[in-house]
Design a protein around this ligand. Structure first.
Ligand code: UPG
Ligand code: MN
Length: 436
């Protein structure tokens, strides 16, 4: 029985987290999906990833922080690290759904979790680090513009005690730990992969009933490498990966290899088919659509306003379940005919097109909004370098450097990276160099 007014929702603000969202979405599809699948993205997500996401998710919805109301700006202007936090709060605007379950992009669903929809707002599981707080990686909520407004107001008035969404949500839903035990989700709905070992006997007793695994912390599944031949996850350095963690990482990579990589392949094939002259928007090496989007005559230009038509009827609109595949049957990366990258990979590596962002070019893929071409080239792009060989798959994050021209414009528009390159220490460094 499918319920069309309820949804699973996740968030990805860049192409790297999109990889997690894709595996999460596919893991939900693999478990008799009966609800809609929604992913919130921001303008930084590239057009290629929007296409890939639309193969797994029913809705790919762009939310734009810059378009937010002014009072949000005022409160957060000096807190760039809270950008992602704000974005998660946008899930309350999905009012076409009566109830939703939010899942972080670094979670993985191991069995059907439809029963979560029997819970009310706000239900979540305890945080392993401080069990009187909930972890905000999995929660049941009820979309409401009123609640959305109250949350933003709360953020404006009180900030967040951890500088992110979890602190904010815990202080907003502050009665969670005492008011209603039904709102305490069992830990098996948000099992942190890396803390399970701290209470091994409990993991031994209950671990096999885990329904959602959460790879919380700084090391995410996409930071590991995977050997598709042996199905093993490769550790780097001396970092200790527990046995439980390794088994969850294997499941993640099994889905990535078995179901997500073939999506890239089929999209590339469709693109090559659609434009045999070698000007394929997504299939070629380099930034997909990057050169053509700003020009009205470019091969992709007509299709930009709607991702459902992106690049010559590439069947982007299909929202059917991607069939679950047996990872062992899919042999990605041995296709020697794939285009080589413009350098960089070692010889036995088969290069994949770099996945790069063209921020602001696409509107909400479903809303047919006109493209926002104005700032299409200005925002720094996070791209993913996907290297596939016979024995190793890896994902690497890359941040495209801005040209000095772009830097200056960004600074003049007040878009300052206080934490990164515009940090005082770096400015001081530049001044010192100049004055020498
Ligand atoms: O650059 C980013 C960072 C985060 N996210 C999204 O935000 C979620 C939370 O970030 P994550 O890196 O998963 O944080 P955790 O390591 O899980 O850390 C904890 O702390 C976060 C901040 O309070 C909470 O959001 C998490 O739920 C909580 O588990 C991700 O899963 C994504 O959905 C992005 O899209 N882009
Ligand atoms: Mn998380």
């Amino acid at each position: 029985m499918s319920v069309s007014d309820q949804a699973f929702v996740t968030l990805a603000t860049n192409d790297v987290y999109c990889q997690g969202a894709l595996v999460l979405g596919q893991s939900l599809r693999n478990q008799r999906l009966t609800r809609k699948l929604v992913v919130l993205i921001t303008p930084h997500v590239s057009s290629l990833l929007r296409v890939v996401l639309s193969r797994v998710f029913d809705e790919v919805i762009e939310v734009n922080l810059i378009d937010s109301a002014d009072y949000i700006h005022l409160a957060f202007l000096n807190r760039p690290e809270l950008g992602v936090t704000l974005t998660k709060l946008h899930c309350w605007t999905l009012t076409r759904y009566s109830k939703c379950v939010f899942l972080d992009a670094d979670t993985l669903v191991l069995s059907n979790i439809d029963e979560l929809f029997e819970r009310g707002e706000f239900s979540a599981a305890p945080d392993p680090g401080w069990p009187d707080c909930f972890n905000s990686g999995v929660f049941v909520f009820q979309p409401s513009l009123e609640t959305h407004g109250l949350l933003l107001q709360h953020a404006t008035d009180h900030g967040s005690f951890d500088g992110a969404d979890q602190g904010l949500l815990n202080s907003f839903f502050s009665s969670w730990s005492t008011a209603d035990i039904h709102k305490h989700l069992p830990f098996i709905y948000n099992l942190s992969s890396n803390t399970a070992y701290t209470y091994s006997p409990a993991f031994k007793q209950f671990g096999s009933s885990a329904k959602v695994v959460h790879f919380l912390g700084s090391r995410k599944p996409w930071n590991y490498k995977y050997n598709p031949q042996t199905g093993s996850v490769l550790e780097e350095g001396s970092e200790l990966v527990t046995q439980h963690q390794a088994s969850f990482l294997k499941v993640w990579w099994g889905i990535y290899h078995g179901s997500i990589l073939p999506l890239y392949e089929s999209i590339r094939d469709e693109q090559e088919h659609a434009s045999p002259g070698g000007t394929a928007c997504l299939g070629g090496v380099g930034a997909p659509c990057a050169n053509s989007a700003p020009s009205a005559e470019g091969p992709c230009a007509n299709s930009v306003p709607s991702a459902r038509n992106l690049c010559a009827d590439s069947a982007v609109g299909s929202s059917q379940a991607w069939p679950a595949e047996d990872p062992s049957e899919t042999n990605v990366g041995v296709d020697e005919t794939l285009p080589s990258p413009e350098g960089g990979h070692s010889e036995d590596m088969v290069g994949w097109p770099e996945i790069e962002t063209i921020a602001g070019v696409m509107g909400d893929p479903l809303s047919h909004r006109p493209p926002q071409l104005a700032d299409s080239t200005e925002t720094p792009a996070t791209s993913v370098d996907l290297a596939v060989s016979i024995s190793e798959i890896s994902l690497k994050e890359k941040v495209r450097e801005l040209s000095p021209e772009e830097e200056r414009r960004k600074w003049e528009e007040g878009r300052v990276d206080y934490m990164g390159q515009d940090a005082f220490a770096r400015i001081q460094e530049k001044l010192d160099r100049f004055l020498q």
